[in-house]
Design a protein around this ligand. Sequence first.
Ligand code: NOJ
Ligand code: CA
Length: 731
Amino acid sequence: MTNTCKYSNNYSSSYFKRMKFFAIFLLSITYAALNGQISTISSPGNIVTLTFSMNPDGQPQYSILYKGKEVIQNSTLGVLFAEGKMVNGLLVTGMDTTSYNDKWTPVLGEVKTIQNNYKQLVVKLMDNGDKPKEMSIIFRVFDDGVGFRYHFPFQKNLAHFVVTDELSRFHLTGDHKAWWIPADYDTNEYTYSTSRLSEVNAKKQSDLHLEIGVRKVVDEYGVQTPLMMKTAEGLYINIHEAALVNYPAIQLHVDKINHELSSSLVPDTYGNKAYLQAPFSTPWRTIIISDKSTDILSSKLILNLNEPCKIKDISWVKPCKMIGIWWEMHVGKSTWDYAGTQDMHSWENLSNLKPTGKHGATTANTKRYIDFAAKNGFDGVLVEGWNVGWEDWNGKWKEDVFDFITPYPDYDVKELSAYAASKKIKIIMHHETSGSVTNYERWMDKAYSFMKENGYDAVKTGYVGKIIPRGEHHDGQWMVNHYNRVAAKTAEQKIMVDMHEPVRPTGMNRTYPNWFANEAARGNEFNAWSTGNPPEHETILPFTRLMGGPMDYTPGIFQIKLEKYGKKDNYVHTTLAKQLALYVTMYSPLQMAADLPENYEAQPDAFKFIRDVAVDWDDTKIIEAEPGDFITIARKAKRSKKWFVGAITDENSRVATVPLDFLDKGSNYVITIYKDASDAHWFKNPMAYRIEKFLVDSGSTLNIPLVEGGGFAASVIPATQTNIKGLKKYE
Ligand code: NOJ
Ligand code: CA
């Protein structure tokens, strides 16, 4: 008999068999010990405790305590593949605990530095089938919550694979109050419902929003994240995800009886969730917890779970305050299209186009906006409707709808580039894809080169309508990869990017700070042409959508009632003072003064706040907040001693109380307060405001009445010999 064992020179094969048996025996003892083991780790300040264990079916599970109280009961974890599963019958093959504590500096942000301090537990798992597969679950435990993700190391038995489902569960302790929008695969542009989890009715809610033509709500009990919840004991819980890369967005299915949420991933056209290649790590599932609502808003957990900045030279990454040829189309004063809605897919032959005379993006009008921007200290002018194709966009589902480089005949790119440069103003490019993303992918390189050649260094993209390729969804893996590719490609070209209608953000602005804003929720624009946003809307967004990153909400509408444009049924659902406050309460390093220049010229005193307010910050104090009710925030401008304060309320009046103890002790400041007139009201009298000036210091406390749907804004600037003249102390 030929012995093929390569060690046969030294050892007999029976010796090897015995050794192998012994090794397996030892491993089994270790595995048994590991599998019986319950591993508990606490956050650095001992506030949050995570316990990991294996249930009797060999399923991994975790639970979470906050200050000793249960927040998440034992909840199982696992992933299903087309090629098998890592769900039950699993063995723990290793556990490792580490700590991390460091500071980092965001390129653009709400604060100057961010502390990243957590304890980490890595649990290695193996299934004991014929073709064993490996997976780890990584938990990070912070003082304000937990993040966990699955990791698939490089391995023979799981090299290329298809995720058909992720089975992450969040077993809550009760039927919590929730602020939610339905589990739609294509749009997040909903108003929020507030109800017990057991009352979630996603389909009904989506039917109320026929304004949006792309809805696909399959799960009647499904909600989108960030999901904000509050327990009967007053604990705040927010569930979302961080670092959404090469994977679909997570949605949550509500088990109404057991109060358990489970992950449900946005599918592709075949019902598959993700096509992967190991090594791969899924996005982090995030659970932010606090007994203070204000700490939910100041949490940096999601940013901390994202990768550091990938851009080496960040000198060109800049915040931006802009105006735009934009609202005038939304209110119907002008149009995006040049030739009306005639079907003119033959725009190759531009001379065939008959102008309607209502086109907004003309050379003359753009110059008017550039002049206004230059006069008032803005950085940029967004111009929508400059390129051919608008006669053929939304709803037609046409593949080659835009080319992103051909202007309409009345928009002179070269002349406007030179004009903008002479006024030190940047024109912001607009790329509406009309959902035809294959087309955009085809044009992207040329479109970005065209921008660079003409001096544009920021772009607003848009994904209105159904996605081409057909069957893909805005929030599926294919589109997630597209958004991330746009962020990376624009970064290479030193272009800032703001996306409208993308998947809701997950803190990727840490990694790509050029991706400085997103819409990804129901913006102010809905007030122009739909039932609008109720007065509570802006008090919920920071607790939901903005948990993942900055929002291009487009505040600053002064002409609140739109009957001026013949739109009797449309109006903004806030007071004018609240529109000002939104520049502070709705964080974004890209802010738009969304109204028309003539409406600002009519109210120069109130407009001063928009001119003055900063868009990038060294510090942020969340002073008071309750989702659905009110938010008051103070922020310190970047590299400056100036502070700006914003307070907003829902449909109820209230008094905002703001201790100014964040100001430098012993220094005097001049505060300018832009507040609701006493008889103002978001519907009955929205444009009535008062402006007052006082002297304040760190011992002052503001008490400012906000009317129904109202708010106040304030600038607080260091006192000088000249600016204090005639001012009284605030009492
Ligand atoms: C929807 C966007 O949210 C809006 O800002 C834009 O003006 C239109 N699409 C047209 O692209
Ligand atoms: Ca939109």
